[in-house]
Design a protein around this ligand. Structure first.
Ligand SMILES: [Zn+2]
Length: 359
């Protein structure tokens, strides 16, 4: 039996809103707002992992994907099948699909690589936009979109431990579609046909299974896991009334369950943006418990941003991670970078998402 406990447990929630979480969670964590200059899933999580702005890390797609325009690496049979499908979509006046999408790559360095290089043991499960996974000092099971055609877990020999329904546990969207090849509209239409009872039962069951799978993997110094139901339920039904109550009660239950199971020295709850009513908000959460809550000192008037997470983790573990954000453990007086480029990025991305029917 391994009696070690993690030094830091990171629990991510896509779309966990600062205002709602501060009002509804009574967990004894110190809750700060976490500003998301581009409050969109793919770009914002990538800022969390790299500490860089969207203009620098260049991941702009909501799912963190890049659509292929050239088909040179696809064999001719696959291309013929695709052309046939598009023909039938065309005569039924359906929107054309791209032949395939591929995970966007970034020139920025992930914090997981910096921590691994420094010898810190990692366990990363279901963090969004992390497929294909790379070699890491520990275990890494990729998060939404789970791209099964490429390497989505590390090391190879953990395959038997990954549950058969991990794909469904990792994200509600994956109950309905392959995010790499289907359109955004498909999952929302089918999701909205489910009853409140069906949704809450299946969401709870999958979130608990994911938490149990995460806890069953060997202990590491840094352990990170993410749940995306707040954002997905928000996109289907909005975050208010019974949906808000369900989501935030489940958030609290999952945090308590994981803290009880893992007994970490420090806990960090993070999100990529908020979600209130029918829209994303600019303020996600940075909630801290244990030793790290005392180590993070915020100068008056400074609001931490998604760019500050990676350098703060580097600071907490005493390793190097060059990026644009601030190390919140350094105790300095921080300045916020100019937001002109962020505003331009945000406008462009939101316009794109509206065209896709995402909002
Ligand atoms: Zn999101």
């Amino acid at each position: 039996m391994d009696s070690k406990v993690p030094k830091l447990l990171i629990i991510g929630f896509d779309g966990l809103d600062y205002e709602i979480f501060s009002r509804r969670s009574k967990l004894g964590l110190t809750v700060h707002p976490l500003f998301a200059p581009v409050p969109v899933t793919g770009p914002s999580w990538t800022s969390i992992y790299t500490g860089d702005s969207v203009s620098t890390h260049q991941v702009r797609n909501v799912f963190g994907l890049k659509y292929r325009k050239r088909y040179s690496n696809i064999d001719s049979l696959q291309k013929a099948i695709w052309l046939g499908r598009q023909f039938f979509r065309f005569i039924r006046r359906r929107k054309m699909q791209s032949l395939s999408a591929t995970p966007a790559d970034t020139p920025s360095k992930y914090i997981w690589q910096s921590l691994s290089d420094a010898g810190v043991q990692m366990k990363i499960v279901a963090m969004p936009i992390t497929c294909p996974v790379k070699e890491v000092n520990g275990v890494w099971v990729g998060g939404f979109p789970v791209v099964k055609r490429q390497r989505w877990y590390w090391p190879e020999d953990i395959a038997p431990q990954i549950p058969d329904d991990y794909y469904e546990q990792a994200d509600i969207i994956q109950w309905f579609m392959d995010p790499e090849s289907d359109s955004h509209r498909k999952w929302k239409r089918q999701f909205r046909q489910m009853s409140f009872e069906e949704i809450t039962e299946k969401t709870t069951r999958n979130a608990i299974k994911l938490a149990d799978f995460f806890s069953s993997l060997p202990c590491a110094t840094v352990e990170a896991v993410q749940f995306s139901f707040v954002d997905r339920i928000g996109h289907g039904f909005g975050i208010s009334g019974k949906y808000e109550q369900f989501c935030y009660e489940l958030v609290v239950k999952i945090i308590q369950k994981l803290v009880d199971a893992r007994k970490p020295e420090s806990t960090m709850v993070i999100s990529d943006h908020g979600f209130a009513g029918d829209d994303h908000t600019d303020y996600g959460c940075l909630a801290l418990g244990g030793e790290i809550a005392d180590r993070v000192g915020l100068s008056p008037g400074y609001t931490p941003s998604v760019l500050d997470i990676a350098p703060t983790l580097a600071g907490y573990f005493g390793c190097e991670h060059p990026c644009e954000g601030n190390d919140l453990t350094a105790g300095g007086s921080y300045s916020t970078r100019s937001s002109d480029s962020d505003e331009a990025e945000k406008a462009k991305i939101v316009e794109n998402l509206k065209n896709l029917g995402y909002f």
